[in-house]
Write a protein that binds this ligand. Structure first.
Ligand code: ATP
Ligand code: MN
Ligand code: MN
Length: 388
């Protein structure tokens, strides 16, 4: 491409962990389109393609201004031919035909709806779609046997697909704090995930729990869960125990980036503030329709007075806290590139537990995120600028 006069040439680094990516940026029309392509690739189980589209979008999020013409893309990393074609179309016509068609397609819509059920991954959604299901209500009516997680997923579908607000996250934080203090005084909780990156809403609320005295945190999760369950605050929970110590497959590189902390994937029953008391129809009994099953179900699914909220709890020994904090703050692409940077550029292996230096054959300690960035030879990026 000829560098034309007026092109805004911006340099952007190749790894997301080298860039500052604020929440608000200037290219949402383009990044929304690329996200659809990324999702669709994911639905086709093509992870490489999906990551490529996410990387392209992420680069555009880091730009200090809106892209107006193709020349503005000169020298930018991670923009493959396909992404560039889509961007060109949008710059010229205001929309991409490929993306528009995808959004209209039955398969994309069904996969989007079915994978938005908690507990349903791409494989299951794909099978259900081939068998003719398209929405979560189809799943309910199909009579298919659902696992425990999927049952909760369809039961609380509407709530779980309503964004969690910061106020709700803070209310959950108070409950978790109370639970943790009750079972282990001195333990500390930290809000992580999207809310730590200053997002205003999220699909869940993520917390790390630790204790300043190493070892005190052991076995904490089952106690926290019991405390919450005894008070009727949990609608669903699945707790995993810590498997880090027993692992044999190399501690710093657990498979699938899954870490091995004591953790709990849960659904909280959060009281709504100023909820109106449940209405009793007796007073106007005669005008009321029959109180049949479907009417009862409708009321139950509206869950008056409370909201189902997804919450992730993770317990970490204090010696691993900084790694866990960095690993659970996200964004997912930021995390992916941190690990890629560590491996490809530094011959190190980073996980949510530790950082291993293959050249020195030793673990590098850190008690803050700043130290980990320094070990990795990276400029520190604060959480609010990790929205890659
Ligand atoms: P949202 O606002 O939609 O919840 P989020 O960035 O908080 O966005 P999460 O899916 O809650 O997204 O994940 C938060 C962070 O935790 C991400 O960085 C992700 O890499 C990490 N994470 C999520 N699940 C796991 C897991 N099973 N093992 C290790 N890390 C995980
Ligand atoms: Mn989250
Ligand atoms: Mn989460």
């Amino acid at each position: 491409m000829e560098p034309s006069s007026g092109a805004t040439v911006t340099t952007v680094k190749g790894y997301a962990c080298q860039r500052r990516t604020p929440l608000q940026h200037h290219n949402t029309l383009l990044t929304d389109a690329l996200l659809v392509l990324a999702e669709n690739a994911e639905f086709c189980e093509n992870e490489g393609r999906s990551v490529a589209f996410r990387r392209a979008g992420s680069v555009l999020k880091a730009l200090p201004q809106a892209v107006r013409k193709m020349e503005d893309l000169q020298g930018l990393p991670c923009l493959g031919g396909h992404s560039q074609r889509v961007i060109k179309e949008i710059l010229e016509d205001g929309k991409s035909r490929e993306v528009e068609m995808m959004l209209q397609s039955k398969q994309y819509q069904a996969m989007k709806a079915l994978t938005s059920i908690f507990g349903v991954g791409v494989k299951t959604a794909e099978r259900w779609f081939r068998e003719g299901l398209q929405r979560h209500t189809d799943v309910v009516n199909s009579g298919y046997k659902l696992n425990h997680t999927q049952q909760a997923g369809v039961q609380y579908y509407d709530d779980l697909n309503t964004p969690v607000t910061k106020a709700e996250a803070d209310a959950i934080g108070q409950i978790v704090e109370e639970a943790v203090q009750a079972v282990l005084p001195g333990a500390e909780i930290t809000l992580t995930g999207g809310f730590r990156r200053d997002k205003l809403t999220g699909h869940d609320v993520d917390f790390l729990i630790t204790h300043p005295e190493e070892g005190k945190e052991e076995g904490l999760m089952p106690k926290v869960v019991s405390w919450l369950e005894a008070r009727g605050l949990l609608l669903y929970q699945k707790t995993n125990t810590n498997s880090y110590l027993e692992s044999t497959d190399g501690p710093a590189r657990p498979s699938h980036n899954m870490d091995r902390f004591e953790r709990c994937f849960s659904i909280f029953r959060l009281e709504r503030p100023h909820a109106r008391p449940e209405q009793h129809p007796q007073a106007t009994c005669e005008e009321q329709p029959q109180d049949d099953d479907s009417a009862r179900e409708r009321r139950a699914s509206q869950s008056p007075g409370w909201k189902a909220v997804r919450v992730d709890l993770v317990v970490t020994p204090v010696s691993q806290f900084a790694f866990a904090l960095l690993g659970w703050t996200g964004s997912q692409l930021f995390e992916r590139d941190l690990r890629r940077w560590a491996g490809q550029e530094k011959h190190m292996s980073l996980s949510s537990h530790a950082l291993y230096d293959s050249k020195q054959n030793r673990y590098l300690r850190a008690s803050s995120e700043e130290e980990i960035f320094a070990h990795l030879g990276l400029e520190f990026i604060p959480p609010a600028e990790r929205n890659a």
